[in-house]
Design a protein around this ligand. Sequence first.
Ligand SMILES: [Zn+2]
Length: 590
Amino acid sequence: MQKMNTYFEVNPDKEVERNKKEKKILNSNVSTKENMNIPVVFHVVYNSSEQNISDAQILSQLDVMNDDFNRTNSDAFMVPSDFDSVVASLQLNFCLAQRTPDGNPTNGIIRTQTNISDFDLYDTTIHYSSLGGSQSWDTEKYLNIWVTKLSGGILGWAQFPAAGNINTDGIVIDYKNFGTNGTATSPYHLGRTVTHELGHYFNLFHIWGDNNCGDDLVNDTPTQQEANFGCKIHPSISCSNNGDMFMNFMDYTNDSCMNSFTIGQRDRVFNSIYTYRLSLLSSDGCTPVTTNTADASIEITYPIGSLSACNNPIYPKVLITNNSSANLYTAVVKYKANSSAYQHQLYSGNLSQGQSDTLLLSAIPIGGNNHFLDVELIQVNGSMDSDTSNNSDTELFNTTGGTSVNINIITDNYGNETSWYFYDYNNTLLDFDDNLNNNTHYTHNYCLNNECYKIIVFDTEGDGFCCDYGQGSISINKELHNTEIAQLSYFNYSDTIEFCISALNKTELTIKSNYFYPNPTKGIIYLNPIRFSEDIPIIAKVFDLGGRLVLSKKIKEKSINLSKFENGIYLLELQQRDKITKNKIILNKP
Ligand SMILES: [Zn+2]
């Protein structure tokens, strides 16, 4: 009070200003805001090493602040039952500052050695480094608490809101009346000096109103004659009340005898925070620097533009760049292609400022021709990135032509009798092998266009590779889903498998030899009823080797008559709804 009055004597305009706001506070009723977090910086200003209190002592004080302001203090139950209905939690959380006003990392504890042996009451030199104290941090963003040796047995003091110079805002506490361990000395060894001074900092007056039966501007605290010291026994009556609330933090009793704030005090604190100290609640003082300075960007480097559909699934690549001075060690990337579900991938590395690295993402299967890829950085160094404007990228790309096809060759007991030659639609030889081992499975992969191809096989002995001397075969499969396009097992000296890659994007049935029979056929082909759904029409199409459609028919009777065609090789396509199966058939009429 004395400090406030001294300030207003020199700055009468400030008193007028504050009085206006005070009227408003008495008439308003702000309800609590969620997560009221107050960043705290502790300034330890020491002359002797004993005064340079430990981190543990500071943390013990922080615990008391959080307990007392959330009514989680272990002695809360000691409040007399008369007052049960008025005691309240003030719902304020105090956090150690994680960043300096300049944005550098800090543990929220500043230690400054001073030549000043002790500080007098309201001595403002403690708030300025140049005067032998410790410079206050932006008092609109931080609660500043100075701990030092005070003269004359003073426990501490606080600056009321808007009642002093902005640079001296905060509280000052004697090092023996601070925290619960180290130099803390009974009877003020439970951290309540800070709780009391913070009450003033948030605009609470002494419970006796600093007058004989005075008014503290809070309705639910009983009027009492004067300060209580030591410990009292309830009811301790004065001013015709039913008992002083000497256990209120805003009295002067011993630390072990105070334990409560009231609902009225809570409302006054809420109103005062909204009127004077709202900027504390939006301060980034407790946001770690690594979070806010780690700024990475992400860019898709693959796929871009047009690529062969053989690239399925795609393996996207992204470039991660560290734009901040803090090294980047980890990042979490969220990504998806088209309508797939999001996948997440972790990047681990060590990128200094300006460095980039490529992250290979996991496979994404794609269908169709036109695609988009979305990538997003959702975490950098374990936290949210500070600058999210460069945290995502989208690429449109398309896949053209190209189907990944495997040709499987299985030899019989006489592999050296067999050879094969693979031609494209221009009769250009793409591949061949005339040096095959016995009973061996060869797989060759090709990226083929939407065209027709052929494989010619030879057997020098005229007994093919099936089925008298082993179980040889050639089959052509689309790599994706391993869909069989064509298959050959029986031939004599030579045979040709023609197959075409369809642009149709339809699921193909896996062809088994028992989809239809016999093959070769003498004219009638029968569909295996267990391979097709009943009562759903089947469309059969027969193509000749030139790719010409020679028969197109809706089948009900589950058989196809090819006896009107000349002997030769045909491609039979069977479609039931969106399932398509294709296979070469050999017509060999007697
Ligand atoms: Zn006080």
